[in-house]
Write a protein that binds this ligand. Sequence first.
Ligand code: UDP
Length: 340
Amino acid sequence: MSGGGRFQQKKENILKIFITGVAGFVGSHLADYFLTRGHEVIGLDMVDSTRTMNIRHILDNPRFNYIHDTILSNNTVKGLVEQADVIYHLAAAVGVENVLGDILNVIRVNVMGTEMIFRFAADFKKKVIFTSTSEIYGKSSKVPFAEDDDSLFGPTSVDRWVYAYSKALGEYISFGYWKEGMPSSVIRIFNAYGPRLDVEGSGRVLSRFIKQLINDEPITIVGDGTQTRCFTYIDDIIKGLVLAGENEKALGNVFNIGNPVEIDIRKLADMLIDISGKKAKIVHIDPKVLYGQGYEDIPRRAPDVRKAKRVLGYEATTPLRDGMERTYKWFLSQTNGGGA
Ligand code: UDP
């Protein structure tokens, strides 16, 4: 993968990149990207380093400094922000299972934690790239979603929307600090996937389907499977994050980062079955079985990536089938006892 531009040119001038949520799926790949290019990475995560596979391979790297703490730890975060050249703020309470379990925690981490990161970054005059989400568009039917399109969220009595509301507030925090002169930008990620997806949990559709295939269990399609998503291979997500961090024109802006190719869940299941070479059974399940009461699925989701292309020169280049094959192989290698 080529990330292009200025981060690479500054090789002699090594940058300190502070990544919150470094032990997560996207965070760990972002750390790999910068470490591979000779930069230093300060990584903060609440996950015990001995218990996560995602960053095990970089724990001994002398340019990687892992801090095991929450982003709500005032003093820790302040000290790390002060040391950093650039901050990628990825830490968030994410995933249906976590969000539905504890709405206050979502607000504390995603809103109050984000405000604290930005406040310290403003004090020390540091740049922040804030990762937001395609959930920002909610259940809007104007697909594909462009950055300035309306959002359509459900009522606050339905817990699942707290994630979208919290990320929307995170974006406002980023814009607010930018208006006060702080360099920041926002990236909305569309269904990232790839090696290490959900190694710790079992939440996302892709990791669920792949694990079901590997274990010879039926594939569980929620509803009729006509709902669509745009799955974006992790390299294409990292590319967008890096381009946004390098480009002055990104400041004060928000970008959709994703692969615009839309696929419905039924076809996704068929593609994965084909890749696995297995004869799998498909079962259709009620969303309530998986998510309980009070969950609303998004019927269609796709990004309009024209702004990212125009301003950042961004384009997702990994074909869906290639990315799925790589991801399937990676999960297989894990079941056969391979490393992360
Ligand atoms: N989904 C599914 N079977 C599963 C898990 C999820 O059909 O075992 C569906 C889910 O209802 C949703 C889509 O796959 O329509 C994507 O779900 P995921 O949780 O991966 O991401 P998100 O809904 O946040 O895009």
